[in-house]
Ligand binder design. Structure first.
Ligand code: SAM
Length: 290
């Protein structure tokens, strides 16, 4: 393939030796914040999207797949989620999905990069859809690891970790450690639920197992699932954990009933989707060089 047909593109790594090229129609803004390189672009066939340190984070065409899959299994498994903590999720789409549950009384969102959040407010309105301005939202600009150390105990029903990948930029790495998950358990109520995006078990099986074992060392009920995200060109893994609730025990009817009673509208997630999520085996590539 001659490179000149690629024109303006982002070339990113799926695995250490596997690359994805995605054509860009135009760049809306490109700058380096205190923490990361931020590009907000219009892709040729994914609409508008966010790129951090050269890795596609979310796009207009398919962000719902990622954000609905990250948020709703955890919030729906909890019988009455009122206080929710989100760490990361700079675009505001995770916050948008959390606020759909009318049981939620407060959503605290902690992101390290205030400049990124301001850019998201300006350029990514289809992601946040005004969720930053919801009266239930409390936006805190802080390193999530610093914030959680100072946070009170037993404050939250659900903690959603929407960070850059565990094999990605340094700033998020410590939020995949056992010590961090112990802090998450402390700020959760006894029947609380945590969910984290966990990168790719296929391309980074050792990194994934590091994260999985850290979660398992802190929580007694740990379940895994993944979804295919076209813009990532790989399956994105999630790990959900609790010491009380098992998401695989919810029937499709119970999931749908909870969504209805909470007036949650989704494009993809429902009872059948929830059930299917936990039926797909976790894939690890034996040829991976991570
Ligand atoms: N990984 C998601 C995806 O693939 O769609 C998107 C995640 S979101 C864009 C990643 C967020 O994590 C960014 O907003 C980044 O600023 C935030 N982040 C990274 N390290 C952090 C830290 N130590 N504390 C809080 N937020 C952090």
């Amino acid at each position: 393939m001659s490179l000149d047909i690629l024109g303006l593109s982002v070339v990113e790594t799926a695995g250490r030796n596997t690359f994805i090229i995605t054509k860009i129609r135009r760049v809306l803004i490109s700058l380096r914040t205190k923490y990361q390189r931020v590009d907000i672009v219009e892709f040729e066939e994914f609409g508008r999207g966010l790129i951090l340190d050269g890795l596609i984070q979310s796009t207009e065409a398919d962000e719902f797949i990622y954000h609905e899959s990250l948020v709703h299994p955890a919030l729906t498994t909890h019988p009455n989620p009122k206080e929710v903590l989100i760490i990361g999720g700079g675009e505001g789409a995770t916050l948008r999905e959390v606020l759909k549950h009318n049981t939620v009384k407060s959503a605290v969102m902690v992101d390290i990069d205030g400049e990124l959040v301001e850019l998201a407010k300006k350029y990514l309105d289809f992601m946040h859809k005004g969720s930053f301005y919801d009266p239930r939202t409390k936006l805190i600009i802080s390193d999530g690891a610093e914030f959680i150390k100072k946070e009170g105990s037993s404050k939250y029903d659900v903690v959603v970790l929407d960070l850059t990948d565990p094999y990605g930029p340094e700033i998020a790495r410590k939020l995949y450690s056992r010590e961090f998950y112990e802090e998450v358990r402390r700020v959760l109520r006894d029947d609380g639920i945590m969910v984290t995006q966990a990168g790719s078990s296929f391309f980074y099986p050792r990194v994934y197992d590091y994260v999985l074992n850290n979660v398992k060392s802190v929580f007694s009920i740990v379940r895994e699932y993944w979804v295919w995200v076209p813009a990532f060109a790989y399956a994105c893994n999630f790990i959900i954990a609790s010491n009380k609730y098992d998401p695989t025990l919810l029937t499709p009817e119970e999931v749908d009933s909870r969504l209805r009673s909470r007036s949650v509208k989704t494009l993809l997630y429902n009872g059948k989707y929830h059930k299917a999520l936990f039926m797909t085996p976790i894939l690890r590539n034996k040829f991976s060089k991570d």
